[in-house]
Design a protein around this ligand. Structure first.
Ligand code: ADP
Ligand code: MG
Length: 338
Protein backbone atom coordinates (compact mmCIF):
# COMPACT_ATOMS: atom_id res chain seq x y z
CA UNK A 1 0.00 0.00 0.00
CA UNK A 2 1.39 3.41 -0.90
CA UNK A 3 1.36 5.88 1.95
CA UNK A 4 -1.42 4.71 4.23
CA UNK A 5 -3.20 7.54 6.08
CA UNK A 6 -3.10 5.56 9.30
CA UNK A 7 -0.79 2.76 10.32
CA UNK A 8 -0.86 0.72 13.49
CA UNK A 9 2.18 -1.46 13.98
CA UNK A 10 2.28 -4.04 16.77
CA UNK A 11 0.03 -2.02 19.07
CA UNK A 12 -0.76 -3.54 22.46
CA UNK A 13 -3.11 -1.90 24.98
CA UNK A 14 -3.51 -3.48 28.41
CA UNK A 15 -6.00 -2.93 31.20
CA UNK A 16 -4.24 -4.47 34.16
CA UNK A 17 -3.50 -8.07 33.21
CA UNK A 18 -5.81 -8.13 30.20
CA UNK A 19 -4.46 -7.25 26.76
CA UNK A 20 -7.50 -5.58 25.18
CA UNK A 21 -5.62 -5.47 21.87
CA UNK A 22 -2.32 -7.21 21.22
CA UNK A 23 0.14 -6.85 18.34
CA UNK A 24 -2.52 -4.95 16.42
CA UNK A 25 -1.24 -4.15 12.94
CA UNK A 26 -3.29 -2.39 10.27
CA UNK A 27 -2.72 0.00 7.37
CA UNK A 28 -5.59 2.18 6.20
CA UNK A 29 -5.52 3.54 2.69
CA UNK A 30 -6.51 7.11 1.84
CA UNK A 31 -10.25 7.46 1.23
CA UNK A 32 -11.14 3.93 2.23
CA UNK A 33 -13.83 2.76 4.61
CA UNK A 34 -12.48 0.07 6.92
CA UNK A 35 -14.71 -1.98 9.22
CA UNK A 36 -13.29 -3.46 12.41
CA UNK A 37 -15.66 -6.31 13.09
CA UNK A 38 -15.69 -8.87 15.86
CA UNK A 39 -17.70 -10.12 18.83
CA UNK A 40 -18.34 -7.94 21.86
CA UNK A 41 -15.23 -7.54 24.03
CA UNK A 42 -12.71 -8.36 21.28
CA UNK A 43 -11.03 -4.94 21.50
CA UNK A 44 -12.69 -2.86 18.78
CA UNK A 45 -13.39 0.19 20.94
CA UNK A 46 -9.92 -0.04 22.46
CA UNK A 47 -8.35 0.05 19.00
CA UNK A 48 -10.31 3.20 18.11
CA UNK A 49 -9.46 4.84 21.44
CA UNK A 50 -5.78 4.12 20.85
CA UNK A 51 -5.95 5.77 17.42
CA UNK A 52 -7.83 8.76 18.83
CA UNK A 53 -5.27 9.14 21.62
CA UNK A 54 -7.46 8.20 24.60
CA UNK A 55 -5.39 5.09 25.37
CA UNK A 56 -1.63 4.88 25.58
CA UNK A 57 -0.29 1.66 24.04
CA UNK A 58 2.27 -0.36 26.04
CA UNK A 59 4.06 -1.24 22.83
CA UNK A 60 3.75 -0.44 19.16
CA UNK A 61 3.49 2.62 16.98
CA UNK A 62 0.56 4.55 15.55
CA UNK A 63 1.26 6.81 12.60
CA UNK A 64 -1.12 9.35 11.04
CA UNK A 65 -0.04 10.80 7.68
CA UNK A 66 3.53 9.79 8.39
CA UNK A 67 3.69 11.40 11.84
CA UNK A 68 4.10 9.13 14.84
CA UNK A 69 1.23 9.99 17.22
CA UNK A 70 1.80 7.08 19.65
CA UNK A 71 5.17 5.48 20.09
CA UNK A 72 7.94 4.71 22.56
CA UNK A 73 8.86 8.34 23.04
CA UNK A 74 5.86 10.21 21.78
CA UNK A 75 2.18 10.55 22.70
CA UNK A 76 0.28 13.24 20.80
CA UNK A 77 -2.82 14.55 22.62
CA UNK A 78 -6.21 13.64 21.10
CA UNK A 79 -6.97 17.24 20.10
CA UNK A 80 -3.78 17.41 18.04
CA UNK A 81 -4.35 14.22 16.01
CA UNK A 82 -6.86 15.62 13.50
CA UNK A 83 -9.15 12.65 14.08
CA UNK A 84 -12.96 12.91 14.13
CA UNK A 85 -15.01 10.60 16.33
CA UNK A 86 -18.60 9.44 16.27
CA UNK A 87 -19.56 7.48 19.35
CA UNK A 88 -22.22 4.91 20.02
CA UNK A 89 -24.23 7.44 21.99
CA UNK A 90 -24.28 10.57 19.87
CA UNK A 91 -22.98 12.79 22.68
CA UNK A 92 -24.33 16.02 21.24
CA UNK A 93 -24.31 19.11 23.45
CA UNK A 94 -28.01 19.37 24.42
CA UNK A 95 -28.23 23.10 25.14
CA UNK A 96 -26.77 24.47 21.92
CA UNK A 97 -28.20 24.39 18.41
CA UNK A 98 -27.40 21.84 15.74
CA UNK A 99 -25.26 24.40 13.88
CA UNK A 100 -23.32 25.23 17.05
CA UNK A 101 -22.80 21.54 17.73
CA UNK A 102 -21.46 21.00 14.24
CA UNK A 103 -19.26 24.10 14.32
CA UNK A 104 -17.82 23.29 17.73
CA UNK A 105 -14.43 22.07 16.55
CA UNK A 106 -14.09 24.42 13.57
CA UNK A 107 -11.72 27.36 13.81
CA UNK A 108 -11.37 30.27 11.42
CA UNK A 109 -13.44 32.66 9.39
CA UNK A 110 -15.18 30.14 7.13
CA UNK A 111 -16.86 28.42 10.07
CA UNK A 112 -20.41 29.34 9.06
CA UNK A 113 -19.84 28.22 5.49
CA UNK A 114 -18.27 24.93 6.60
CA UNK A 115 -21.16 24.18 8.98
CA UNK A 116 -23.65 24.76 6.15
CA UNK A 117 -21.59 22.59 3.84
CA UNK A 118 -21.47 19.55 6.14
CA UNK A 119 -25.11 19.91 7.22
CA UNK A 120 -25.97 19.86 3.54
CA UNK A 121 -23.75 16.81 3.04
CA UNK A 122 -25.59 14.82 5.74
CA UNK A 123 -28.98 15.95 4.45
CA UNK A 124 -29.78 18.34 7.30
CA UNK A 125 -29.73 21.71 5.59
CA UNK A 126 -32.40 23.90 7.28
CA UNK A 127 -31.96 22.02 10.57
CA UNK A 128 -29.15 24.23 11.92
CA UNK A 129 -31.37 26.23 14.29
CA UNK A 130 -32.95 23.21 15.94
CA UNK A 131 -31.86 21.66 19.21
CA UNK A 132 -30.75 18.04 19.49
CA UNK A 133 -33.94 16.96 21.33
CA UNK A 134 -35.99 18.22 18.38
CA UNK A 135 -34.41 15.60 16.11
CA UNK A 136 -35.01 11.88 15.56
CA UNK A 137 -32.34 9.32 16.46
CA UNK A 138 -31.23 9.05 12.85
CA UNK A 139 -31.01 12.84 12.51
CA UNK A 140 -29.00 13.12 15.72
CA UNK A 141 -26.63 10.55 14.34
CA UNK A 142 -26.19 12.65 11.19
CA UNK A 143 -25.43 15.70 13.32
CA UNK A 144 -22.76 13.69 15.16
CA UNK A 145 -21.30 12.70 11.80
CA UNK A 146 -21.43 16.28 10.52
CA UNK A 147 -19.67 17.45 13.67
CA UNK A 148 -16.91 14.89 13.17
CA UNK A 149 -16.47 15.87 9.51
CA UNK A 150 -16.61 19.65 9.99
CA UNK A 151 -12.94 20.21 10.98
CA UNK A 152 -11.82 18.22 7.89
CA UNK A 153 -10.11 15.42 9.82
CA UNK A 154 -7.56 13.03 8.31
CA UNK A 155 -9.73 10.17 9.48
CA UNK A 156 -13.14 9.67 11.05
CA UNK A 157 -13.60 6.92 13.64
CA UNK A 158 -17.10 5.57 14.19
CA UNK A 159 -17.85 3.27 17.13
CA UNK A 160 -21.01 1.19 16.56
CA UNK A 161 -22.72 4.32 15.22
CA UNK A 162 -26.06 2.65 14.49
CA UNK A 163 -26.57 0.66 17.67
CA UNK A 164 -29.24 3.05 18.97
CA UNK A 165 -31.33 2.87 15.80
CA UNK A 166 -34.04 0.35 14.96
CA UNK A 167 -33.46 -2.19 12.17
CA UNK A 168 -35.00 -0.34 9.18
CA UNK A 169 -33.29 2.91 10.21
CA UNK A 170 -29.97 1.10 10.58
CA UNK A 171 -30.08 -0.23 7.05
CA UNK A 172 -30.96 3.16 5.61
CA UNK A 173 -28.30 4.93 7.68
CA UNK A 174 -25.53 2.49 6.81
CA UNK A 175 -26.10 3.04 3.09
CA UNK A 176 -26.23 6.76 3.62
CA UNK A 177 -23.12 6.75 5.80
CA UNK A 178 -21.15 5.14 2.99
CA UNK A 179 -22.42 7.72 0.48
CA UNK A 180 -21.62 10.62 2.79
CA UNK A 181 -18.10 9.39 3.57
CA UNK A 182 -17.42 8.77 -0.12
CA UNK A 183 -18.75 12.19 -1.11
CA UNK A 184 -16.58 13.81 1.56
CA UNK A 185 -13.65 11.65 0.33
CA UNK A 186 -12.74 11.02 3.92
CA UNK A 187 -10.92 8.00 5.32
CA UNK A 188 -12.93 6.20 7.97
CA UNK A 189 -12.66 3.32 10.40
CA UNK A 190 -15.96 1.93 11.46
CA UNK A 191 -16.51 -0.49 14.35
CA UNK A 192 -19.34 -2.99 14.48
CA UNK A 193 -20.14 -6.41 15.95
CA UNK A 194 -22.60 -6.94 13.08
CA UNK A 195 -20.89 -8.86 10.29
CA UNK A 196 -23.69 -8.12 7.79
CA UNK A 197 -23.19 -4.39 8.35
CA UNK A 198 -19.43 -4.71 7.86
CA UNK A 199 -19.75 -6.81 4.70
CA UNK A 200 -22.37 -4.48 3.25
CA UNK A 201 -20.61 -1.13 3.47
CA UNK A 202 -16.85 -1.52 4.02
CA UNK A 203 -14.12 -1.42 1.38
CA UNK A 204 -11.95 -3.48 3.70
CA UNK A 205 -12.90 -5.53 6.73
CA UNK A 206 -10.58 -6.46 9.58
CA UNK A 207 -12.00 -9.39 11.54
CA UNK A 208 -11.03 -9.30 15.21
CA UNK A 209 -11.09 -11.92 17.93
CA UNK A 210 -9.71 -11.69 21.46
CA UNK A 211 -7.59 -8.62 20.86
CA UNK A 212 -6.09 -9.79 17.58
CA UNK A 213 -6.87 -9.12 13.95
CA UNK A 214 -7.48 -12.54 12.40
CA UNK A 215 -7.94 -11.48 8.79
CA UNK A 216 -7.95 -8.32 6.70
CA UNK A 217 -9.24 -7.99 3.17
CA UNK A 218 -12.02 -6.98 0.85
CA UNK A 219 -15.41 -8.28 2.06
CA UNK A 220 -15.84 -10.64 -0.91
CA UNK A 221 -12.44 -12.21 -0.42
CA UNK A 222 -12.68 -12.65 3.33
CA UNK A 223 -16.16 -14.13 3.02
CA UNK A 224 -15.11 -16.53 0.25
CA UNK A 225 -11.72 -17.50 1.65
CA UNK A 226 -11.74 -17.14 5.42
CA UNK A 227 -8.42 -18.09 7.04
CA UNK A 228 -10.07 -20.27 9.69
CA UNK A 229 -13.35 -22.01 10.48
CA UNK A 230 -13.89 -19.38 13.18
CA UNK A 231 -13.69 -16.48 10.71
CA UNK A 232 -15.88 -18.48 8.30
CA UNK A 233 -18.62 -18.94 10.92
CA UNK A 234 -18.35 -15.40 12.22
CA UNK A 235 -19.00 -13.94 8.77
CA UNK A 236 -21.82 -16.24 7.68
CA UNK A 237 -23.35 -19.68 7.69
CA UNK A 238 -20.95 -22.56 7.22
CA UNK A 239 -21.18 -26.32 7.32
CA UNK A 240 -18.11 -28.03 8.78
CA UNK A 241 -16.97 -31.62 8.31
CA UNK A 242 -13.98 -33.27 9.96
CA UNK A 243 -11.98 -35.92 8.14
CA UNK A 244 -8.53 -37.26 7.37
CA UNK A 245 -6.73 -36.58 4.10
CA UNK A 246 -6.54 -39.69 1.97
CA UNK A 247 -5.54 -39.91 -1.71
CA UNK A 248 -5.36 -36.11 -1.97
CA UNK A 249 -8.84 -35.42 -0.68
CA UNK A 250 -10.98 -35.31 2.44
CA UNK A 251 -13.98 -37.65 2.41
CA UNK A 252 -17.26 -36.02 3.54
CA UNK A 253 -20.92 -36.95 3.34
CA UNK A 254 -21.09 -34.55 0.39
CA UNK A 255 -18.32 -36.36 -1.47
CA UNK A 256 -14.54 -36.07 -1.53
CA UNK A 257 -13.07 -32.60 -1.33
CA UNK A 258 -9.64 -32.20 -2.93
CA UNK A 259 -6.78 -30.71 -0.91
CA UNK A 260 -3.04 -30.13 -1.15
CA UNK A 261 -2.57 -31.09 2.51
CA UNK A 262 -0.37 -34.17 3.09
CA UNK A 263 -1.80 -37.66 3.46
CA UNK A 264 -3.07 -38.46 6.94
CA UNK A 265 -3.59 -34.81 7.98
CA UNK A 266 -6.58 -34.18 10.23
CA UNK A 267 -8.65 -31.69 8.29
CA UNK A 268 -11.82 -29.62 8.60
CA UNK A 269 -13.84 -28.87 5.48
CA UNK A 270 -15.90 -25.67 5.35
CA UNK A 271 -18.78 -25.31 2.91
CA UNK A 272 -21.15 -22.35 2.72
CA UNK A 273 -24.83 -23.27 2.21
CA UNK A 274 -24.92 -21.43 -1.13
CA UNK A 275 -21.99 -23.54 -2.37
CA UNK A 276 -24.16 -26.65 -2.08
CA UNK A 277 -25.91 -27.14 -5.42
CA UNK A 278 -28.64 -29.80 -5.39
CA UNK A 279 -30.19 -30.96 -8.64
CA UNK A 280 -33.29 -33.10 -8.71
CA UNK A 281 -32.99 -36.61 -10.11
CA UNK A 282 -34.89 -39.79 -9.34
CA UNK A 283 -31.72 -41.64 -8.46
CA UNK A 284 -30.45 -38.85 -6.16
CA UNK A 285 -28.67 -39.81 -2.96
CA UNK A 286 -30.32 -37.04 -0.93
CA UNK A 287 -33.94 -36.43 0.04
CA UNK A 288 -35.42 -32.94 0.42
CA UNK A 289 -37.13 -32.98 3.82
CA UNK A 290 -37.88 -29.28 4.29
CA UNK A 291 -37.90 -26.10 2.28
CA UNK A 292 -38.34 -22.45 3.15
CA UNK A 293 -39.07 -20.09 0.27
CA UNK A 294 -37.64 -16.55 0.56
CA UNK A 295 -38.39 -15.22 -2.93
CA UNK A 296 -34.82 -14.37 -3.94
CA UNK A 297 -33.60 -17.77 -2.73
CA UNK A 298 -34.71 -20.79 -0.72
CA UNK A 299 -33.34 -22.78 2.19
CA UNK A 300 -33.49 -26.46 1.46
CA UNK A 301 -32.95 -29.16 4.09
CA UNK A 302 -31.57 -32.37 2.64
CA UNK A 303 -31.23 -35.76 4.32
CA UNK A 304 -28.37 -37.72 2.87
CA UNK A 305 -28.47 -41.50 2.57
CA UNK A 306 -25.84 -41.67 5.30
CA UNK A 307 -28.35 -40.04 7.65
CA UNK A 308 -26.67 -36.64 7.86
CA UNK A 309 -28.85 -33.57 7.37
CA UNK A 310 -27.47 -30.50 5.61
CA UNK A 311 -28.86 -27.11 4.61
CA UNK A 312 -28.39 -25.56 1.19
CA UNK A 313 -29.24 -22.05 0.02
CA UNK A 314 -30.45 -22.34 -3.54
CA UNK A 315 -31.57 -19.78 -6.16
CA UNK A 316 -35.35 -19.96 -6.62
CA UNK A 317 -35.10 -20.30 -10.38
CA UNK A 318 -34.35 -23.90 -9.52
CA UNK A 319 -37.60 -25.72 -8.68
CA UNK A 320 -37.15 -27.94 -5.64
CA UNK A 321 -39.86 -29.49 -3.50
CA UNK A 322 -40.11 -31.49 -0.32
CA UNK A 323 -39.92 -35.16 -1.27
CA UNK A 324 -37.60 -34.59 -4.26
CA UNK A 325 -34.49 -36.73 -4.54
CA UNK A 326 -31.34 -34.73 -5.31
CA UNK A 327 -27.71 -35.16 -6.20
CA UNK A 328 -25.31 -32.60 -4.83
CA UNK A 329 -22.47 -30.78 -6.49
CA UNK A 330 -20.19 -28.39 -4.62
CA UNK A 331 -19.43 -24.98 -6.14
CA UNK A 332 -16.60 -24.44 -3.70
CA UNK A 333 -15.09 -25.70 -0.45
CA UNK A 334 -12.21 -24.84 1.84
CA UNK A 335 -10.03 -27.31 3.70
CA UNK A 336 -8.29 -26.35 6.97
CA UNK A 337 -5.67 -28.27 8.85
CA UNK A 338 -6.82 -28.93 12.44
P1 ADP B 1 -15.31 -4.17 22.09
O1 ADP B 1 -15.40 -2.73 21.74
O2 ADP B 1 -14.83 -5.02 20.95
O3 ADP B 1 -16.58 -4.72 22.66
P2 ADP B 1 -13.44 -3.28 24.13
O4 ADP B 1 -12.32 -2.67 23.38
O5 ADP B 1 -14.42 -2.35 24.74
O6 ADP B 1 -14.18 -4.37 23.22
O7 ADP B 1 -12.84 -4.20 25.30
C1 ADP B 1 -11.83 -5.14 25.09
C2 ADP B 1 -11.48 -5.82 26.40
O8 ADP B 1 -10.91 -4.89 27.30
C3 ADP B 1 -12.67 -6.41 27.13
O9 ADP B 1 -12.25 -7.59 27.76
C4 ADP B 1 -13.02 -5.35 28.14
O10 ADP B 1 -13.65 -5.92 29.25
C5 ADP B 1 -11.68 -4.78 28.49
N1 ADP B 1 -11.75 -3.36 28.85
C6 ADP B 1 -12.20 -2.36 28.06
N2 ADP B 1 -12.11 -1.17 28.68
C7 ADP B 1 -11.61 -1.42 29.92
C8 ADP B 1 -11.27 -0.60 31.05
N3 ADP B 1 -11.42 0.74 31.02
N4 ADP B 1 -10.77 -1.23 32.15
C9 ADP B 1 -10.59 -2.57 32.18
N5 ADP B 1 -10.88 -3.39 31.15
C10 ADP B 1 -11.38 -2.84 30.03
MG1 MG C 1 -17.06 -1.43 21.83
Amino acid sequence: MTNPVISLDGVTVRYGDIAAIEGFTLDVEEGSLVALVGPSGCGKTTALRAIAGFEQPMTGTITIRGDVVSGDTRMVAPEHRNVGMVFQEYALFPHISVAENVGYGVRGSDRVRRVEEVLDLVGLDNHGDRFPHELSGGEQQRVALARALAPEPDVVLLDEPFSNLDAPQRERMRRELRKILKTARVTAIFVTHDQAEALAIADVIAVMREGHIRQVGEPDDVYATPVSPWVAKFLGDAVLFDGTVSNGSVPTVLGSVPTVLPEGTDARVMIRPEWIMPSTTETGTGLVIDREFYGHDQRVEIELDEGAIIEALVPTRKAIHVGDRVDIELADSIVYEV
